[in-house]
Design a protein around this ligand. Structure first.
Ligand code: BES
Ligand code: MN
Ligand code: MN
Length: 462
């Protein structure tokens, strides 16, 4: 396995250039205008699996964008690792805030990435990260160092909720059968503080519409007498948290897993610098639920956040108007053992109950997913931990993070397999934001670490 470093040194420029080519295709799954590009990316991913030495590569149709499959089965009696990733990306907006165009990748140094970072939409989330697996497998196949079987499943709808994936998994459960699932679509604490994500939050995403009068009104003639749906919506939203930033939806916390004081004390050992956190966001103070630390607020507690709010006149200058409608998009991040369908219903009921008689309210559920926690005493976690220890020279810290990958809970239901979240990005890599980037060092470190996971996992599985 030692020759992985030689392989990386010899091939790193090619690895980076191949990733750059992939990043040039704007595979924005949310915007139908880019559907050709999303499909072109699937083709490019398929080709990259073939070039790496995978077999049975296939573009698998789904109700939505296709899943790219490829495998290398060396012996059906050996364990099988299923690598999951996504080739779709978030929209780059707001485009004006990018220092360089989002689909014209450039390498620049940053404070945290003195050896350069690749700036492009998808660099870290998730093209750069799933591509580490393609290159690690290329190394293992070329050097007869693949100790077990590997299957790839790279999807194209993660950023819009993986709607087609549940059916796809069920229909292809034989083909995708595995012993463990390996994903790099999360982050780690810092380059000198490796960590492994042990928990993801669930999600319930809804859109609300508040309607006042049957048409927009003159705000002088009608102002003060007719309902203003924007004022009403703002007040309804304000009522969703109490003075301790507790969510007020009845029953919302009923099923939240109680974490013991011992476990909280254990979690509090993970390094976290509150001052650096505030400084990096340029905020005067943090904000959140009373009685919980910042890492607890994003790791083990549920949330409710408005993601977007609109209505009325937002153009140049002033227009005196009372809009007929107001809207908001609201996300709730969930924790074990909240059920996202149930939470969506609780939200709907409560939100409707907050509405005064003067307005009509519609709640439209979008997508969601369940939370996930992976045990740290499993072979998979131990193998990942040992792999990182080998290449970072430090034992990684287990850490729950705030993001969601809804498919992970489904994997457990369909395959009864655990998922290992071996991410190499940093929170500051600006995923979903302008100037997303991925450290070149992180990219190469991932390629170096992944083969050790295969080695240790196969050995431990024995
Ligand atoms: N890769 C992220 C999730 C993530 C990032 C988890 C960092 C932990 C740390 C993923 O692509 C993502 O953005 N997920 C969405 C959910 C989805 C249903 C749109 C999210 O978390 O908002
Ligand atoms: Mn992702
Ligand atoms: Mn994402």
């Amino acid at each position: 396995m030692k020759d992985i470093n030689n392989y990386i040194n010899t091939n790193k420029d090619r690895f980076i250039n191949e990733l750059i080519d992939l990043l040039k295709i704007p595979s924005i799954s949310a915007d139908p205008a880019y559907s050709k590009d999303v499909l072109a990316t699937a083709e490019a991913v398929k080709k990259s699996l073939e070039d790496a030495g995978c077999e049975n590569t296939e573009i698998c149709e789904t109700k939505g964008y296709p899943v790219v499959y490829g495998d290398k089965i060396i012996d059906p009696d050996l364990p099988t690792v299923l690598v999951y990733g996504h080739y779709d990306v978030q929209p780059p907006d707001p485009i004006d805030l990018w220092d360089s165009p989002p689909f014209e990748p450039v390498i620049k140094n940053t404070d945290l990435h003195p050896n350069g970072a690749i700036f492009a939409r998808g660099a870290c989330d998730d093209k750069g990260q799933f591509f580490m697996h393609v290159k690690a497998v290329e190394y293992m196949i070329n050097n007869n160092a693949l100790p077990c079987n590997v299957k790839f499943m790279i999807e194209g709808e993660e950023e819009v909720g993986s709607d087609s994936l549940e059916d796809f998994l069920k229909e292809n459960s034989e083909k995708l059968k595995n012993d463990i699932i390996l994903i790099s679509d999360t982050g780690m604490i810092a380059n000198d503080t490796p960590s492994i994500t042990t928990g993801l939050r669930g999600l319930s995403y809804v859109e609300v519409e508040v309607t006042g009068a049957n048409r927009d009104l003159h705000s002088g003639i009608y102002g003060g007498a007719a309902p203003n749906p924007i004022n009403v919506l703002a007040k309804m939203i304000a009522q969703l948290h109490d003075e301790n930033n507790h969510i007020t939806i009845p029953g919302f916390y009923d099923k939240v897993e109680v974490i013991s004081d011992e476990e909280r004390a254990e979690m509090a050992k993970a390094p976290f610098d509150l001052e650096a956190y505030k400084k990096s966001l340029d905020i005067g103070d943090v904000h959140g639920e009373k009685g919980y630390s910042t890492p607890e607020r994003f790791g083990i507690r549920p949330t409710l956040d408005v993601n977007g709010i609109w209505g009325g006149y937002t153009g140049e200058g002033a227009k005196t108007v009372i809009a007929s409608k107001a809207y908001a998009k609201i996300s709730m991040r969930l924790v074990p053992d909240q059920d996202w369908h149930e939470i969506t219903e609780l939200f709907q009921k409560h939100f409707e109950s907050l509405a005064p008689k003067s307005v009509k309210v519609k709640v439209k559920p979008h997508h969601g997913g369940q939370a996930y926690v992976t045990p740290i005493d499993s072979i998979g976690y131990q193998a990942a931990s040992k792999a990182m220890e080998t290449t970072f020279g430090k034992t990684p810290v287990p850490q729950r993070t705030g993001g969601s990958i809804p498919i992970v809970a489904l994997f457990e239901n369909v395959f009864d397999s655990k998922t290992i979240l071996l991410g190499f990005g940093l929170d500051s890599d600006a995923i979903h934001s302008p100037n997303e980037h991925f450290g070149v060092w992180n990219f190469l470190k991932g390629i170096e670490t992944i083969p050790y996971f295969y080695k240790y996992y196969t050995e431990m599985k024995g």
